[in-house]
Write a protein that binds this ligand. Structure first.
Ligand SMILES: Nc1nc2c(ncn2[C@@H]2O[C@H](COP(=O)(O)OP(=O)(O)OP(=O)(O)O)[C@@H](O)[C@H]2O)c(=O)[nH]1
Ligand SMILES: [Mg+2]
Length: 293
C-alpha cells in the first residue's frame, strides 16, 4: 500500500517553522532568519520513497495584516488549514501561549491529526517546559504535544516517525522525481531575500522584493539577472550603500549560496529599482507571484 499526504507547518512568526521544514525535508529549501516575517509564500518540500510521499508545506507566520502583501501572506497560511492531512502547529518557548488565540481556536477545531511542536527547548529548563506542555495541552486538547529543538536537532526524528505513522493511504500527488512546487527562479529570489533580511535594518528588508529577470542554464554555468525592487528612492541608496559596497556584499553572499544550491558556477548581474508602494498594489503583488482574494 502507498502512503501520501499534505503535512502543513503553521504558527506565529519566528518560531522556527522554516528551520524545522528544512530539517524534515533534508534540504535548505526555505529561508530562515532571526527576523519575523521571513517566509512570504507557501513553499512545498516533497519527500519521496518507493511507498511514500510526504508533501511538507512551510507557510508565513500568522499576523494581523497591515498592508496588502501581508494579506496575501495570511492567505497562504490559511490555505494550509484547508488541505492538510496532518497539521504541525509550531510554537516555541519564547512566545506566550496567549498570543493569537483566534488562530489557535481554529487549529483546535481541526479534524485532522495535529502535532503541536514546542520548539527552542534548548532555551528553557525542564520545570518551565513541563508547565508549557500543560498549558498547550489545555489549549489544544486533541493535539499531541511534542517538545523539540530544531537547532539542536532534538526530537526531529520522532516528529518524522509520527508523521509517517499518521500519513493516510493514498497514491502520490506529485511525480516521484519532484521535490518542490516552486521553480528554480523562486529559490534565487529567496536566497537574495535572505541576505537582505540579514544585512539591512528596520523597514528596508520588508520593502524589498527580488525579481529574477533572466535565468539561463548552460552546461557549467548559470547566468542570472535579478532586480531588487524597493518602495522608495531613499531605500535604493541604502541597498546600494557607499560606493556600492553593501550591494556587493549581498550579491557575493547570494552567489556563494546559489552556487551551493544549484551545484554550478553562477554569473550574476544585479540591479536596484524603485517600484513605488509595490507592497500595497494588487497589480504589482500579482506580478511578483502573490495571490490575493
Ligand atoms: N534557540 C533556538 N533557535 C531556533 C530554533 N529553531 C529555530 N531557531 C531560530 O529562530 C529564528 C526563526 O527561525 P525561522 O525558521 O526563520 O522561523 P519561522 O517560523 O519560519 O519565521 P517566519 O518565516 O518569519 O514566520 C532563527 O533565528 C532560527 O535560527 C531552536 O530550536 N532553538
Ligand atoms: Mg519561515
Amino acid at each position: 500500500m502507498h502512503k501520501a499526504g499534505f503535512v502543513n507547518i503553521v504558527g506565529n512568526p519566528n518560531v522556527g517553522k522554516s528551520t524545522l521544514m528544512n530539517l524534515l525535508v533534508g534540504e535548505r529549501i526555505s529561508i530562515a532568519t532571526f527576523k519575523a516575517q521571513t517566509t512570504r509564500h507557501r513553499i512545498m518540500g516533497i519527500c519521496n520513497t518507493d511507498d511514500m510521499q510526504i508533501v511538507f508545506s512551510d507557510t508565513p507566520g500568522i499576523l494581523k495584516p497591515n498592508y496588502k502583501l501581508q494579506e496575501s501572506m495570511l492567505n497562504f497560511s490559511r490555505s494550509a488549514l484547508t488541505d492538510a492531512d496532518i497539521l504541525l502547529y509550531v510554537t516555541d518557548v519564547v512566545e506566550t501561549p496567549a498570543q493569537n488565540s483566534e488562530f489557535i481556536e481554529i487549529v483546535s477545531r481541526q479534524t485532522v491529526p495535529v502535532l503541536a511542536l514546542i520548539n527552542k527547548i534548548d532555551l528553557t529548563n525542564q520545570e518551565k517546559l513541563t508547565e508549557l506542555v500543560e498549558t498547550w495541552q489545555e489549549k489544544l486538547p486533541k493535539a499531541e504535544i511534542i517538545p523539540i529543538s530544531a537547532i539542536a536537532q532534538f526530537n526531529i526524528n520522532y516528529v518524522l516517525k509520527r508523521v509517517e505513522e499518521l500519513l493516510p493511504d493514498s497514491p502520490p500527488y506529485f511525480d516521484k522525481s519532484q521535490w518542490t512546487d516552486k521553480p528554480a527562479r523562486f529559490f534565487v529570489s529567496e536566497i537574495f531575500r535572505e541576505k537582505i533580511l540579514l544585512y539591512y535594518d528596520k523597514e528596508v528588508p520588508y520593502s524589498v522584493e527580488v525579481s529574477v529577470e533572466s535565468f539561463k542554464e548552460e552546461a557549467k554555468i548559470i547566468r542570472i539577472e535579478t532586480v531588487i525592487y524597493v518602495e522608495r528612492e531613499s531605500q535604493k541608496g541604502i541597498i546600494i550603500g557607499k560606493a556600492g559596497k553593501a550591494l556587493k556584499k549581498v550579491a557575493t553572499e547570494a552567489r556563494r549560496d546559489l552556487e551551493r544550491f544549484f551545484g554550478k558556477k553562477i554569473y550574476l548581474k544585479t540591479f536596484v529599482k524603485v517600484d513605488k508602494d509595490w507592497r500595497s498594489s494588487d497589480k504589482e503583488l500579482r506580478n511578483f507571484g502573490y495571490q490575493l482574494d
